[in-house]
Design a protein around this ligand. Structure first.
Ligand SMILES: NC(=O)c1ccc[n+]([C@@H]2O[C@H](COP(=O)([O-])OP(=O)(O)OC[C@H]3O[C@@H](n4cnc5c(N)ncnc54)[C@H](OP(=O)(O)O)[C@@H]3O)[C@@H](O)[C@H]2O)c1
Length: 234
């Protein structure tokens, strides 16, 4: 059976771990990102998601890569995470973040959903900040809340197709995004782990395993799944 993982943001972090996990499970992988994921079994599309038109430009090539697929798992993993707040964010920065996190996933879903066989799935990466906000996370929190809406609306619109949708919300996961966000500061890292009931970061492969579970579990269609090792509430 020709099974394909089509993922955005597979070049590093959670996305790369997800590509490795699905490859192990016998999937072909197609990755969309600006940097290459140089792994056997991976077809790379160089796409900057801040320009949604670039997906349209590669549409025919993308569809030809998928024409024999009997199952497609589409994972919207890429995201941008800039520090900003309502008082200082400039319009262009917000528009760019919406292009990466909302508009491009919409375009990609529109193009792919029409050829997805029943049994396929569309999985979105949310965040703890999909359901709450912290100071100075204006564009990220706004986008991640919208990701849940996008997943739920897609679930409604694809009713009857046999395609299921899920939004997975990771907690603190050990990737470049997290380390960059805290400037790799060991004190900040320690403080973060104290907010996790297991007192450690999540590994990217743990999230990959969760994504794989979601891809083969249609019963959770339309759900928001938290994968955060238990956050300590204070
Ligand atoms: N790490 C965490 O603690 C955490 C927590 C909650 C949610 N998440 C979510 O999990 C997902 C993966 O995060 P991560 O931690 O693995 O992040 P990461 O290590 O920073 O990786 C981000 C990925 O997004 C891609 N990307 C970013 N901007 C792009 C653009 N303009 N065009 C195309 N691709 C772009 C990057 O690829 P290129 O640079 O090659 O383009 C990269 O592969 C994100 O949706 C994030 O919000 C992460």
């Amino acid at each position: 059976m020709d099974k394909v993982l089509l993922i955005t943001g597979g070049s590093r972090g959670i996305g790369k771990a997800t590509c490795l996990y699905f490859l192990e499970k016998g999937y072909r992988v197609i990755n969309l990102s600006r940097n290459n994921l140089a792994l056997e079994g991976v077809t790379q599309f160089y796409i900057d998601l801040s320009f949604p038109d670039s997906i349209h430009q590669q549409k025919e090539l993308l569809l030809s890569e998928l024409k024999d697929a009997e199952k497609i798992v589409l994972v919207h993993c890429a995201a941008s995470h800039n520090k900003n707040n309502i008082l200082d964010i400039v319009q262009q920065e917000l528009v760019k973040s919406l292009a990466i996190n909302i508009v491009s996933p919409t375009v990609l879903t529109q193009i792919i959903s029409s050829i997805m066989p029943a049994g396929s799935s569309i999985i979105y990466l949310g965040s703890s900040l999909s359901e709450k906000a912290l100071p100075n996370t204006y564009s990220y929190s706004t986008n991640k809340h919208a990701v849940i809406g996008m997943m739920r609306a897609t679930c409604q619109d694809l009713s009857g197709t046999g395609i299921h949708t899920v939004c997975v919300c990771p907690g603190f996961t050990d990737t470049e995004m997290l380390r960059h966000h805290i400037n790799n500061n060991p004190n900040a890292l320690f403080a973060i782990t104290q907010k996790v009931s297991f007192k450690r970061l999540i590994t990217p492969s743990e999230i990959a395993e969760t994504l794989f579970f979601c891809s083969k579990t249609p019963a959770i269609n339309g759900s928001v799944i938290h994968a955060n090792l238990g956050q300590v509430e204070t």
